[in-house]
Design a protein around this ligand. Structure first.
Ligand SMILES: Cc1ncc(COP(=O)(O)O)c(C=O)c1O
Length: 425
């Protein structure tokens, strides 16, 4: 065992890990483009973009220069009562990319905090108007993060059972399938009709952690219209779907109906530094204005608006302004679609879906068809590592969502390895 691994085992407690059974972590010492390298210089293709965050590839010189320049100019500063150029630039440039109503940007630190802010804003929006509302509608299978508010509106299962008694109440719609749209709309309408719902929160078009499950934009439009008809605030969790994943800059760009609040993180900074943003309208912002401090949004974190994270996000927007980035996203979308067609022909492969740069499928005939199908997950993870590919399956779900710098040869290596793996089971 290397020194790195033995010291890690002595002192480090890893996320989403059962340390009794997890085995040794993979030691990664450097990265470049699509590749991660261990201490022996063995490379691994980063086929899931390092927990779905990396957009333009590792060590991108334009992002690196922006962070380094920013460090020299201003590394960090309190963000209450203080502002700085990169935060303002980011807020302005992001709002320009969003529909007109989105004019106000609240900074936080990660996806969970961006969601927490969205939920708190929604509750306080109603509170400030003297009509408090306590209930939130979500979708079954949702994952919005691991802070208490985010957990309260996520799928309730063994990930969060010890905390469940502390959660606030949420109601859940079934996940949309080909046959249940009207039943979901009827259910939502019945709930909205109570007048008790502060917000409806949803991962637009793709539920990430529950298995990259996809559903149609047209149906989301119907749900959003319904919520608006009943004056329920709509929150889009674009933490995973934002910044090119779905083939558009935002999943929302596939939809005709727009939300009231959007949460961003992950790809926001090109996946290089932690940051969350919650974006909303001037109309929402104005309900917090008053002579009384108590009516303001009294929320914040020490690293709110970190200048280097803002610089990385602005540099990432520069790259999204370049046509070659979109050519790459289009190319990956085409390879994904072609790979999906191949997968559909393979026995034991079911529920193949593709949207933009993400392709996903499930392996059938397993004892358990869920995230908790740990045996197949472990087997797949080890198989891909041995083949120089880092993929973290979600139970029996395998998916590819690479950084946009992936080459066709790299994509072919990953898709070929997946097909080889399927032959082994
Ligand atoms: C859709 C979605 N929302 C929120 C989160 C939470 O983000 P973070 O892990 O940065 O707290 C995630 C993380 O995977 C996510 O996929």
């Amino acid at each position: 065992m290397s020194d790195l691994i033995s010291k890690d085992k002595q002192h480090v407690w890893h996320p989403f890990t059962q340390h009794q059974t997890s085995g040794d972590p993979l030691g990664i010492v450097r990265a470049e483009g699509s590749l991660l390298f261990d201490a022996d210089n063995k490379s691994y293709l980063d086929a899931n973009s390092s927990w779905w965050v990396n957009t333009h590839g590792h060590g991108h010189p334009h992002i690196g220069k922006a962070i380094s320049d920013q460090f020299k100019a201003l590394d960090h500063v309190v963000f209450a009562g203080v502002t700085h150029p990169k935060a303002v630039e980011l807020a302005e440039r992001l709002c320009k990319r969003l529909p007109d109503a989105f004019e106000k940007v609240f900074f936080s630190d990660n996806g969970s905090t961006a969601i927490e802010v969205a939920l708190k804003m929604s509750f306080q929006f109603w509170h400030n108007q003297g009509t408090p509302k306590r209930r939130v509608l979500a979708m079954s299978g949702a994952y919005h993060g691991d802070t208490f508010g985010a957990m309260s509106v996520g799928q309730r299962d063994y990930f969060n059972r010890p905390f469940e008694s502390f959660f606030f109440d949420a109601d859940y719609l079934d996940f949309p399938t080909e046959t249940n749209h009207q039943a979901i709309l009827d259910h939502a309408e019945k709930l909205f009709n109570t007048g008790e719902f502060a917000a409806f929160i949803v991962e637009p078009l793709i539920q990430g952690a529950s298995g990259m499950r996809m559903y149609e934009a047209a149906f989301l439009d119907r749900l959003v219209s319904l919520a608006k008809r009943y004056d329920v605030l709509v929150i889009f969790d674009e933490v995973m779907t934002g910044f090119g994943r779905t083939g558009q800059l935002f999943a929302m760009d596939h939809c005709a109906q727009k939300p009231d609040i959007i949460a961003f993180s992950k790809g926001l900074t090109a996946g290089v530094l932690p940051m969350g943003l919650t974006v909303t309208s001037t109309k929402m912002f104005e309900t917090f204005l008053d002579d009384s401090m108590a009516r303001g949004f009294l929320h914040g974190h020490s690293f709110t608006g970190n200048p280097m994270a803002c610089a990385a996000a602005c540099a990432s927007l520069d790259l999204f302004d370049r046509p070659e980035t979109w050519k790459q996203i289009e190319a990956i979308s085409e390879w994904s679609t072609a790979f999906a067609s191949t997968l559909k022909e393979i026995d034991r492969v079911i529920d193949v879906q593709v949207l933009g740069t993400i392709v996903r499928f499930e392996i059938s005939d397993l004892e358990e068809r869920t995230y908790f199908a740990t045996e197949i997950r472990a087997k797949a993870y080890a198989f891909f590592l041995a083949n120089g590919i880092l993929i973290r399956p979600l139970g029996n779900v395998l998916f590819v969502n690479p950084p946009y710098c992936f080459t066709q040869a790299e994509y072919a290596k990953v898709s070929g390895a997946i097909i080889d793996f399927l032959k082994t089971i």
